[in-house]
Design a protein around this ligand. Sequence first.
Ligand code: FMN
Length: 175
Amino acid sequence: MDVKLREVEFEEVQDTILKQLKKGVFLTTKSGEISNTMTIAWAISGRMWEENSFAVAVRHSRYTFELMEKSEYFTVSIPKRDTMKEELAFCGTVSGRDQNKFEENGITAKYLTGCPVPVIEACELHVVCKIAYKQSMDPSLIKADYVKDRYKTNDYHTLYYGEVIGVYENSSQAL
Ligand SMILES: Cc1cc2nc3c(=O)[nH]c(=O)nc-3n(C[C@H](O)[C@H](O)[C@H](O)COP(=O)(O)O)c2cc1C
């Protein structure tokens, strides 16, 4: 696929990110020669340390967590609205421990200049991040009903705050 990307301002794409987030976006990681992607729906987009920042929440049971712990970068790829539903469901249920998700149709890795972690080629928008800070959740500081409802198996999240180093839109098809 011949995909043309153009760099866009982070501020311009906030609505697009927020609207798609609840339906799922792709979080991609790479450590050494191993890359992997998974679906995420929890993330925060904003400003930290006077930089555009994007934070993702990864449970410790995920293969992605293992790779994130060894990586300096991550990418977030946002599908065009209401597309890639099957790919999101697949990447949100299958673990990269069991299957190489990049061997599936529609999940093709594309490398951008200056970033060692690929993006998902078929998506309309890509946010490239360098990890600035990470923090494993402290159960004693989480709202009690969230602990009860969302962490029954003690599978807590680590929050990874990425400094946004580039945002790219697929200009062959406007969002
Ligand atoms: C819509 C959707 C949203 C999800 N959001 C998250 C998330 O924000 N954080 C997380 O740790 N897992 C999330 N998951 C679960 C992972 O995507 C799933 O467990 C995946 O198979 C993990 O892949 P991995 O083991 O290759 O990392 C989500 C799943 C779906 C379907």
